[in-house]
Design a protein around this ligand. Sequence first.
Ligand SMILES: [Zn+2]
Length: 283
Amino acid sequence: MTTVPRACPVCGSNNASRPPHPYSRSPWVLKRCACGMVYLENPMEYSALVHDMAWEKTYAAEAEIRRRRHPILYRAARAPKTLWQRLLRRDKLVSWTRRYFAPGPVLDVGCAGGHTLERLPRQFVPYGIEISAELSRLAHERFASRGGRVVQGDALSALGHFDAGFFTGIVMTSFLEHEPEPHAVLAASARVMAPDARLIVKVPNFASWNRALRGGSWCGFRLPDHVNYFTPQRLAALVAGSGFRVLRGGIFDRFPTGDNMWLVAMREPQQRRDGAAASGALL
Ligand SMILES: [Zn+2]
């Protein structure tokens, strides 16, 4: 894990002197910033995520903890979903991609094994970024057959491998909650987007009723995998403060009864982003 306490990823405040949030689980220290953001103050280094603590391994370990603590709830949550539920969930990303992205190269940041973009129609060429060595290899095999490729590495470094204005759309589903540097990654993503490109984001909703009900047992808590716990307001502030204009992310994109929320944004024009960078201010 990192030795320097991480500052708030949304407003940049240092919360080292604040007490740990009650949902902390040793050795992992969560903090609630004065701006309302809850975040992990001592995340793992990127290097740990390549092999030893890669998502596919820590996910299995977390599932085992949940199975032992709450066996009935665990089985219920993993029970086969109805066909209707599966179709509804699958259609959302595909239909939003068709609606918001122009045909062309599309990037999935944190693409895991490539299953998300694999579902897109043929007018989209899938590209990915993935830190896990094993998952990036799997995704690359899938994407290369459609003319795309996967860059293995942390998102910030990997985004530097793509030309400015290259993508017609970027997908970040179940990614930003894992990223220790979400502001920098979003700003770097804006650089590789075409002027009319769109960004689709999906993250767990810390303000969901289920989180309030389940407390520390909420399915959105995954330590140390999840390092950011966004409310709708904090997510919108982060995205808007990183070179984007939020186009949608209202109540219909985050039902309080669901665990996740969705957002669509577009790049701010270049001069506005330059102004924001010059001021050096985060929201
Ligand atoms: Zn803050």
